[in-house]
Design a protein around this ligand. Sequence first.
Ligand code: C2E
Ligand code: MG
Ligand code: MG
Length: 703
Amino acid sequence: MKAHREAPLVLIADDDRMVRFMVCKMLRKDAISVCEAGDGREAIEAFKEHKPDIVLLDVMMPEQDGFTTCELLRSLPEGEHVPVIMVTGLEDIDSIRKAYEVGATDFITKPINWLILGQRIRYMWRVNLMSCRLRESEENKRALLDAIPDMMFKLDQNGTIMDFKAPNDSRLSLSPWKIIGRPVHEILFMEAPQQAGARISRVLENGSTQIFEHRSQLGGEWRHYESRIVRSGDNGALAMVRDVTERKEAEEQIVQLAYHDNLTGLLNRHRFREHVRHALAHGERYGRQLAVLFLDLDRFKRINDTLGHNIGDLLLQSVAARLQQCVRTSEVPTRVNADAAGSLISRLGGDEFVILLTEIDHIQDAAKVARRILDSLTAPFELSGHEIFISTSIGIAVYPVDGRDADTLLKNADAAMYSAKEQGRNNFQFYTESMNAAAFERLALENNLRKALARGEFRLHYQPQLDTQSGKIVAVEALIRWHHPDLGLVPPVDFIPLAEETGLIVPIGAWVLQAASEQNRQWQKMGLPPLRMTVNISSQQFRQNDLVQNVSHALETSGLEPQCLELELTESAIMHNTDLAISMLRQLKLMGIRIALDDFGTGYSSLSYLKRFPIDVVKIDRSFVRGLNRDGDDEAITLAIIAMAHSLDLKVVAEGVETKEQLTFLREHNCDLVQGYYYSPAVPPDGIEALLESPGADPIQAR
Ligand code: C2E
Ligand code: MG
Ligand code: MG
C-alpha cells in the first residue's frame, strides 16, 4: 500500500494568479500543502513531480484547458484514481457534464466558497484514501483468487449459477453465456444431480461445508473434480471446484501397481488374499462354501528356456486372458467382486495362478470350472509365429472343509495341485486328506471287491434259528464273510453298501444263493436233520429281473427242495415297486419258496399294508429285542408285532437275542423263532454241524 501523507498535498492549476494565491492561503491555513501550476501543461509537469493527493483544475485555461488536462492526467499511471476537482463557472451545466465525461471526480463552482474549501478538500481526501484501501484490498483479493487453481461458481438458493470464475491458466475456456443462469447440476453435477441438490440445501440450511468428488464434462471431456460448497452471503452458495483428474489417475496407478500383477493385470497375491479374507467373512456369515483353485502350468519352464522369456511372458498373458474368460462364462456367481469381472483371478508369480470361486453351491461347481479351464487351454496359443501347446494342473481347496483361513486354503490348494501333477498333469485334484484318502480307499476296495469273487475270497457263515417251543434248530441264516488277503475278515456292513452301489451285489448275491443252497443240500446228504436255509436278498438284487431265474438255477443245480429255502427281504426292497414286487413274490411262492421280511420295525412297519404281499415270516429287528425287559416301548412294539403277525398267519422270528431274559420273554409271548448270540453267532459250516450233532435235543434248555 502506498504511504500516505499526514495531510493532503493539493495541486492548484489556474491561470488566474489571484485564485491560486487565495487557494494557497486558505488551504495552508487549514494545514493543507499546496503546489501551483499556471496552466494545463504546467499542471501535468507539477503532477508528475509532486504527486499531489488532490488536483484542482480550472476549466478555462489558455493553451490547454482543464478538460484536456484532466483527460491527460487520467492517462498517467498515477493519475487514474487521483481526485480531480474541476473549478467551473456557476451553473455552467455544460461544463459540469463535460467535467464528468473526462473523468473529473467532482466540481466546485466559482466564486469559490473559501470558508468550506478546506473541509471539502479534507473530506475528499479521506474518501479517496478509503477507496484507495478498498481498491488495494480488492486487488489483493483478486490476485489471491487468481492464484487459486479452483473454479468458482456463485449459486443462488435454487442452485442457479449467478457468476463464475475460472483460473487464468485453466485449460477450459468456459463461455459465460453458456454457464451463467443455468442450473448448476446441468453444468457440474450431471451424474448425481439429486445428491448435489441435497448437499447445496444442507449448506444453505446450516452453513456447513460440503465436499465431494464427482465427474463433469466441463470442457468436453469427462474429468474428475472435487467440489467444496460453502455458504456465501445470506441466500447463496459458492462452489469451489478443483480438477483432481491427475490425482485420481495417480491414485489409480498406485492401486494398479500395488494390487495388480504388472504382466497380466490380474490381482497380485496381496490383493488376492484380501479378497479371500473378505469372501471368507461373507461365507461364514451366510454359511456359504468357497473354493480356491491353484493352477500351475505344466512344463512352462521348457517354453521359457526354448522360446525365450518374451514368448513366455506373452504366453502368461494369453493364459490369463483365457482364465478370465473361463471364470466369467462360469455359471458360478462371483459376487465378492469389487473390481472387474476377472478380479478373482490372481497370478501369484511365475506360472502360478489362483482363482477364488465364491458362492458355490456344490463342490462340483469348482470341478466344473476346473474342467472348463483344462478344456480352454487345450487349444494351441499362436504367439509370434509359434504354435504353443500348454496344459495346467489344478488343486482345489474348499471352504470350510479344507480350511477356514486364506493361508490354509491356499496351502491346501497348492498341495492338491502337486497331487494333480503327480497324477500325470493336465488334471485337477481336490484337497482334503480324508476326501482323497477315502476316495482312494474306496477305489482300492472296489477293485478288490471286483476280484474277490473270482479269487474265491467270500465265505458263508451260518447263524441258527431255533424254535422257541421245541428248542430245536430249524433254520440257519447265511451271512457272507470276505476273507481279504491283506485286510483279513471284512464284515458285510463294510462292503455290502459298496457292492450295492457298484452293482457288484448282483453277482455276489447270485453266488450266495448258489453256495447256501449247495451247503444245505450238503448237510442233508450228510444225514443231518433238515434245515431251512435263509438267504439275504438285497433290494438291488430284487429289482433284477433274473432273481427268479437265479433262484431256480440254484435249486436245480444243488438239488435242494424249494421249501428248504427262505429269502430275506427288507421292507424298502418290496415297497419300491409294489406291483412288480407282488408279482415277483408270487412267482417265488409258486415255486414253494418262503419269504421273510427282515429288520421289521425299522422301515414302514405297516403290517396291514403287508397283507398285500405274499410273505411268510416277519423278523423283528434286533433293536427292539435289545430293549426287552428294559424298555416298555420296545416290549409293547414287540408284542404288537407278534400279535399282528399271528393274526395275518405269519411266523415271527426275533433277531439279536442275547440274554436268557429276552428269550424267556419271547417264548412266553409266543414268538416262534429266535436267532442271536445267546445261542450262537454266525459260524462256519462245521460249527453248524457240531451244534446239530451235539448231544441234548433242546439246545436252548441245555444252556
Ligand atoms: P441281517 O440280515 O439283519 O443279519 C443279522 C445280523 O445280525 C448279522 O450281522 C448277525 O451276525 C447279527 N447278529 C446275529 N445275532 C446277533 C446278536 O445276538 N446281537 C447282535 N448285536 N448282532 C447279532 P452280519 O453278519 O454282520 O450281517 C450284517 C448285515 O449284512 C445283514 O443283516 C444283512 O443285511 C447283510 N448281509 C449279510 N450277508 C448278506 C448276503 O449274503 N447278502 C446280502 N444281500 N446281505 C447280507
Ligand atoms: Mg437277514
Ligand atoms: Mg436283520
